[in-house]
Design a protein around this ligand. Structure first.
Ligand SMILES: Cc1cc2nc3c(=O)[nH]c(=O)nc-3n(C[C@H](O)[C@H](O)[C@H](O)COP(=O)(O)O)c2cc1C
Length: 103
């Protein structure tokens, strides 16, 4: 029986991404009590606060639900100009607004 449900976010959209390959490696080496779902970030639009409310884009609502349903999130990103990729930062911007839109 699965006790820990993990969500994996990769900051690279590249088909042959090393970052995503690391996530797959983690997923494939977990014990049977744990599961890792890799959430594809390809469909997540650029953050726009005008679109951010209960009617946020469907891919964003799916991402938020997946984060909420997980016991933990594993994030991995290539280094892009000494920081995380824009893909991952963008996903975090959407996901970080899950609980409270007032600040
Ligand atoms: C826009 C861009 C910026 C990058 N900046 C850095 C960097 O600052 N330092 C570094 O070591 N590699 C840098 N790289 C190389 C990537 O980190 C490297 O190709 C990585 O393997 C890509 O990850 P992926 O295989 O998961 O797609 C950069 C690549 C790109 C496309």
């Amino acid at each position: 029986m699965i006790q820990f449900r993990l969500l994996g976010l990769s900051g690279s959209l590249r088909h042959s991404s090393y970052s995503t390959a690391v996530l797959r490696g983690i997923r494939d080496s977990l014990t049977p009590k744990s599961a890792l779902e890799i959430f594809p970030l390809h469909g997540v639009p650029l953050y726009n606060e005008d679109d951010d409310a209960e009617h946020a884009p469907e891919s964003v609502r799916t991402l938020r639900s997946a984060v909420e349903a997980s016991d933990g999130v594993i994030m991995i990103s290539p280094e892009y100009n000494h920081g995380m990729s824009g893909v991952l930062k963008n996903a975090l911007d959407w996901a970080s607004r899950l609980m409270d839109f007032r600040y």
